[in-house]
Write a protein that binds this ligand. Structure first.
Ligand code: ZN
Length: 336
């Protein structure tokens, strides 16, 4: 996806576009910021920009050029099939291994096969074990001409200081509701579902996408209210358990919504007036729903969501996991 289609990261994208247009790109960048806000997407956009066969002039809002998004280079990069653009990510293991870095180093020392600039994206860069990080440092110290590295991380401080000092940091922000809505609508969501999910996603695209109404079997708008409302009556609670636990995907989506709701309830308890990421409407809904539930009880509710998530990870039956979670919520809210 070219730069112009990236939502909600104007500052980071602006830094890169200006550097590219001015021929001032750094040899290595480190994209830092919260998870799921567009860091890797932007790294791919940068790879497209520097390798595009027919860049397009910038639109009125931005005078710098951009990748076309449709030429052979752009489409191959988007598909992960361009020989000069590589992604290094953990494979079976949860870390980037020294073998992966050695393979990168060998390919990085070759002349660019067909693009003008080789681009290596390491994501998540902090998942390099020490031997891998040291091997990568060597590559970074003696880079072949025409090579660009992009390290993507949520934990900049976890990188070796010697690697950090060789990268230019570009910070990415939490996504606002408007860019999240745009992203969801691009995925084919109806406007009202997109608006509701954007409000409870905590600024992360992945979390918002997990709230998909089709997976949930219901619109996400009222789910948390309905679940909290059912806690007072055992038959209503069991009905809820059946609905939430109808399958894994449904319960996973519901857990996203309920966790976000509990998180917002905690924030509403702490922050007296304006809290970042909590709109006045959302706050009113949260306060109306949780009533005078104490902070301690809300935290126990939040823990019940976390346990349900763990149970799912351990392959628990969704219906039982949902029931257990709702009973714990009931106990926290009604019997403190
Ligand atoms: Zn292109």
């Amino acid at each position: 996806m070219p730069f112009r289609e990236i939502c909600g990261q104007e500052r980071a994208v602006g830094v890169l576009r200006r550097a590219w247009a001015g021929g001032r790109l750094a040899q290595a960048y480190c994209f830092t910021g919260p998870p799921s806000v567009g860091k890797r997407t932007t790294a791919v956009a940068l790879a497209q920009a520097v390798n595009c066969l027919s860049p397009v002039p910038g639109d009125a809002g931005s005078l710098t050029p951009d990748a076309c998004g449709t030429c052979r280079a752009c489409t191959r990069i988007a598909a992960g099939q361009h020989p000069d653009v590589g992604l290094v990510a953990p494979e079976e293991k949860t870390v980037i291994t020294i073998d992966q870095i050695r393979a990168l180093a060998a390919r990085a020392s070759l002349r660019a096969y067909e693009g003008s600039v080789k681009v290596w994206i390491l994501d998540p860069a902090h998942e390099m074990q020490e031997p891998a990080a040291n091997a990568f440092l060597k590559t970074l110290e003696e880079p072949a001409a025409g090579t660009l590295f992009v390290l993507v991380t949520t934990a900049f401080s976890a990188l070796l200081p010697t690697i950090r000092s060789r990268c230019q940091e570009v910070r990415f922000a939490v996504l606002g509701e408007a860019p999240l809505r745009t992203i969801l609508e691009r995925h084919g969501w109806r406007a009202e579902d997109a608006a509701a999910a954007a409000a409870m996603a905590g600024g992360r695209a992945e979390r918002a996408l997990a709230l998909e109404p089709d997976r949930l079997g219901a619109a996400p708008v009222r789910l948390a209210e309905e679940v909290w409302g059912s806690l007072g009556s055992l038959p209503a609670l069991l009905d809820q358990a059946e609905r939430l636990g109808k399958d894994r995907a449904a319960l996973e989506s519901a857990l996203e919504i309920l966790s976000a709701f509990a998180r917002d309830a905690v924030v509403a308890r702490f922050a007296s007036e304006e809290a970042p990421g909590l709109s006045a409407e959302r706050r009113a809904l949260v306060e109306r729903t949780v009533g005078d539930t104490t902070l301690a009880a809300i935290l126990r509710v939040h823990a019940a969501h976390r346990e349900a998530r763990q149970a799912l990870a351990w392959r628990a039956q969704p219906r039982l996991a949902a029931e257990r979670m709702l009973l714990k919520m009931r106990e926290a809210v009604w019997h403190e």
